[in-house]
Design a protein around this ligand. Structure first.
Ligand code: FPP
Length: 235
């Protein structure tokens, strides 16, 4: 293995719908099973010593899905925030969110605030849920903040305006279910990220497959656009 364990892993959790379809179940059952995978993978990330885990839970485009699927997903988010909070606190996991929080119901916004507040001392793992998140929207929001600030920006100073400026760029992005797209996720942050695609549908994603993806990353050569091989993690 040439690279150390990544500090920051981002995951596009895809394939819930297909998982349900194969079982002749409603799509929401796929999302429910996907919620169980979230719990498993958060636990595994902590055990493996990952410092930041960003999960694409709901994109800005997901608001166009049928109403019953959206309301089912909202219920799952509520169940997760309610059910997992004691565990997150106990395991020193800091829950954070990126995205347009104000598009969610007051109930969900309050629950997110409460969870962020109760877990803010967690220093083992930052679990960053991308909720109503869009990479283009994040860049546009950052540009508008920069304009308000009135000063020209550099690559480094621009970072300050992103949703989670203190979080290093992900070294590894995993997408499950064999779809090969970035789907508007972490567009700025993934400039030099290594992509690993897993054939496994998200509800079947487990610690073994997670480790396989990390090992695939660890075997990669990283050059960051230069010609020298770089083995250490970058920013
Ligand atoms: C993509 O699968 C998945 C989503 C749009 C939602 C992700 C949500 C969860 C994993 C549920 C719970 C999350 C938390 C944080 C508790 P898809 O529906 O696009 O699958 P398909 O491509 O097979 O149709």
């Amino acid at each position: 293995m040439t690279n150390p364990i990544p500090k920051h892993i981002a995951i596009i959790m895809d394939g819930n719908g297909r998982w349900a379809k194969r079982r002749f179940l409603p799509r929401i059952e796929g999302h429910r099973a996907g919620g169980k995978s979230v719990r498993r993978v958060v636990e595994a990330a902590r055990e493996l010593g990952i410092r930041y885990l960003t999960l694409y839970a709901f994109s800005t485009e997901n608001w166009t899905r049928p109403e019953d699927e959206i309301s089912g997903l909202m219920k799952l988010f509520i169940e997760y925030l309610r059910g997992e909070l004691p565990n997150l606190v106990k395991n020193k996991v800091r829950l954070r969110t990126i995205g347009q929080k104000n598009r969610f119901s007051n109930e969900i916004q309050l629950m997110i605030d409460e969870a962020e507040n109760q877990t803010k001392e967690g220093a083992e793992l930052d679990l960053i849920l991308a909720l109503s998140y869009g990479g283009r929207q994040e860049i546009i929001d950052a540009v508008n903040l920069a304009i308000k600030n009135g000063k020209p920006v550099t690559e480094e100073s621009f970072r300050r305006y992103l949703y989670a400026p203190d979080v290093p760029d992900p070294e590894l992005l995993i997408r499950t279910s064999d779809e090969l797209r970035i789907s508007n996720f972490l567009l700025w942050q993934s400039a030099y990220t290594e992509f690993v695609y897993s054939p496994v549908l998200w509800p079947d994603f487990d610690k073994d497959e997670f480790i396989r993806c990390i090992d695939e990353y660890r075997d990669r050569e990283r050059r960051f656009g230069g010609s020298e091989w770089v083995s250490s993690s970058h920013g």
